[in-house]
Design a protein around this ligand. Structure first.
Ligand SMILES: NC(=O)c1ccc[n+]([C@@H]2O[C@H](COP(=O)([O-])OP(=O)(O)OC[C@H]3O[C@@H](n4cnc5c(N)ncnc54)[C@H](OP(=O)(O)O)[C@@H]3O)[C@@H](O)[C@H]2O)c1
Length: 330
């Protein structure tokens, strides 16, 4: 029996609707590796896809889910064998290609990463694309020269998925982390992840009126963009850097070049989707070693496929705390 469950998006009159449907393996796209998916996650981008926002999906019907973890069921690639435990993030899976919100996925071998020893599929998805992106951001800041003891590191959108993992990672690595959030009720949660101080996100979201403000941050991880990122640039210390990961507050950047010219600050772009395989392997290995599993477990809520539409709306409204794991098996 090769029938299985998945979320299928359909488009009619430019409106996108979703339903849990029964699919068969011959409906899956071509690819060398068939993966039995056990867990996926809900990322901000999934919220956009589920609501048909941003024309991220090229053709319908479509199975969303930009990441998944599971076990190889069958492979014609020499790189993978049945029984291998794998994780996938990015590569436009869940956007241009069918994704992880189904019990099976068929993909290209080069998109998969072996799950680090000891990391369960559920925990890998608790980290997911958001956590993987946080790791890439931390690695970029380290390449720029950031070391523990350099000074306060700001994390914006701190109670969200990228933000939560960034707080936990940076604190574990020995940095003093300041969390910017619009939800004071998450302070206790963020302190538990390792945040030592807090900033009200409204303070950072004001339009920039002065090209330079007092130097506050040795570095920053930003998942908000827009006026928030512009403000962070004006507050970075001399030769500090901000890793720009997201656009939860807007895709624009109303900034001036003065911080670059007078303080030599750096704006580091983070893209997780096309991150090359060697970088992926390093990032997942570090996530396995450097993130406290208990902290990860504490930032997770597990939902089923049928819960996704409601949670998609919540993540777009900034109402999700931490990470949402999707157990694709009812
Ligand atoms: N570059 C990449 O490869 C990559 C990968 C993954 C995600 N991303 C991007 O990163 C961003 C965060 O993703 P996520 O999965 O962490 O989403 P998320 O869980 O929804 O977190 C976003 C957080 O941003 C804050 N926020 C929301 N709306 C805001 C607004 N209007 N102004 C200021 N802050 C706002 C909220 O934090 P508080 O409640 O704490 O204020 C929210 O929890 C998204 O834009 C996503 O597309 C990029």
């Amino acid at each position: 029996m090769d029938a299985f469950k998945g979320i299928l998006l359909r488009e009619q009159d430019r409106k996108v609707s979703s339903a849990v449907e029964t699919l068969t393996r011959d409906q899956l796209p071509p690819g060398d590796v068939l993966v039995r998916v056990s867990h996926s996650t809900l990322n901000y981008k999934d919220g956009m896809v589920l609501n048909g926002i941003g024309r991220l999906v090229k053709t319908y019907p479509h199975v969303p889910g930009v990441d998944f973890a599971g076990v190889v069921e069958a492979s014609t690639s020499p790189d993978w064998r049945a029984g291998d435990r794998v994780v996938l993030t990015g590569w436009r899976v869940g956007e241009w290609r069918w994704g992880g919100y189904a019990q099976y996925a068929r993909v290209r071998p080069e998109w998969l990463v072996r799950l680090p020893d000891g990391m369960t599929a559920e925990r890998a998805m608790a980290i997911g694309t958001a956590g993987f992106t946080s790791m890439l951001a931390v690695m970029a800041l380290e390449r720029h020269g950031l070391k523990p003891g350099d000074g306060d590191v700001l994390v914006t959108g701190a109670a969200g998925g990228v933000g939560s993992v960034a707080v936990a990672l940076l604190a574990k690595l020995g940095h003093r982390v300041v969390a910017a959030t619009g939800r004071p009720e998450t302070h206790e949660y963020l302190a538990g992840l390792g945040a030592s101080g807090f900033v009200d996100r409204a303070e950072l979201a004001q339009p920039v009126t002065r090209p330079l403000q007092s130097e506050r941050w040795a570095a920053a991880v930003d998942s908000v963009g827009s006026t928030t990122l512009a403000t962070v640039l004006t507050q970075l210390r001399y030769r500090g850097a901000v890793a720009a990961c997201g656009l939860a507050g807007g895709a624009d950047l109303p900034a001036s070049v003065i911080p670059f010219l007078l303080r030599g600050v750096a704006l580091l772009g983070i893209d997780s989707v096309l991150s090359p395989l060697p970088e992926r392997r390093i990032a997942w290995d570090r996530l396995a070693r450097e993130l406290d599993p208990a902290l990860i477990d504490g930032m997770v809520q597990v939902i089923g496929l049928g819960d996704l539409p409601a949670y998609a709306d919540r993540i777009l409204k900034g109402q999700v705390r931490g990470r949402i794991v999707v157990d694709v098996n009812p």
